[in-house]
Design a protein around this ligand. Structure first.
Ligand SMILES: Nc1ncnc2c1ncn2[C@@H]1O[C@H](COP(=O)(O)OP(=O)(O)OP(=O)(O)O)[C@@H](O)[C@H]1O
Length: 249
């Protein structure tokens, strides 16, 4: 479980998060919704201990990560599989080498075992045909899949953390990524998906929180989200989900 207790965070003197409280089980499928710059990615970075809060506590698996040394945070980070928005790949390496890179860096696997593992993972994310392609030859959707494959190569996480996984993709590719996210969460491994695309969040998540002005102002299921009477959230949801949406459950 991840728990935020009265978390405050500022960049320089600008308050980004103000008294944020929530807990989420590793098996849950939660979307963090909010407009641009509201602090959604900041929440993911705090969970990984990449940045520290100015106030409050963050517990991961019962451990207070706000008091951990950098060396101890590695074990915490291994519990998660984080896919960042830009998912930067190494430009000079092809798809296969990009995925193999961290296996060579961090494991003692033989070249043969690495080759098998890379092929299996690329098959999982549906880009096995792109083994030899260079990053510049990939479409946005394929690029996102290879980034996901690369982070899947190293760890079998307790939970996935996705930062805007469908932003910038055309509807077809966005849909494919949503399907992949749903598939990867089948075995009880949950995720936190940060996004401003409510319609994509509705395809995969069953819990939704809404971040506005540094606070979590909503926490509910899809039915509650689509029927909210909270004006700001209603406007946010209404912008992206037509009133007669078939997503309504
Ligand atoms: N390293 C940094 N230094 C200073 N300000 C930062 C830094 N990183 C982010 N910010 C600012 O903090 C705020 C929250 O950033 P964050 O990336 O968490 O937002 P977000 O909700 O994920 O937005 P988006 O959907 O646009 O990615 C933004 O206004 C951003 O400009």
């Amino acid at each position: 479980m991840i728990e935020f207790r009265q978390v405050h965070f500022s960049y320089n003197s600008r308050e980004i998060l103000k008294d944020v409280n929530f807990s989420v089980g590793f098996h849950e499928r939660m979307a963090v919704l909010g407009g641009s710059g509201e602090g959604k990615t900041t929440i993911l970075k705090l969970i990984l201990g990449l940045i520290r809060p100015d106030g409050g506590k963050i517990f991961v698996d019962g451990e207070d990560i706000t008091v951990k040394q950098e060396s101890e945070l590695r074990d915490i980070r291994m519990k998660f599989n984080m896919v960042f928005q830009d998912g930067a790949l190494f430009d000079s390496l092809n798809v296969k080498e990009n995925v193999a890179f961290c296996l060579r860096e961090y494991t003692n696997l033989s070249e043969d075992a690495i080759d098998k593992k890379v092929r299996r993972i690329l098959h999982t994310v549906g880009v096995e045909h792109a083994l030899e392609l260079m990053p510049e030859e990939l479409s946005g959707g394929m690029h996102r899949r290879v980034s996901l494959a690369r982070s899947l190569a190293l760890a079998t996480p307790l939970m996935f953390l996705y930062d805007e996984p469908t932003t910038g993709l055309d509807p077809l590719n966005a849909d494919n990524i949503c399907r992949l996210i749903a598939d990867l969460s089948r075995e009880g491994k949950g995720f936190i998906m940060v996004t401003h695309k409510v319609s994509d969040a509705l395809k995969v998540a069953d819990r939704f929180v809404f971040l506005r002005d540094g606070r979590l102002l909503f926490d509910g299921n899809s039915h509650e989200l689509l029927n909210t009477t909270y004006t700001d959230l209603k406007a946010f949801v209404g912008e992206v989900v037509p009133r007669d949406s078939s997503h309504a459950r």
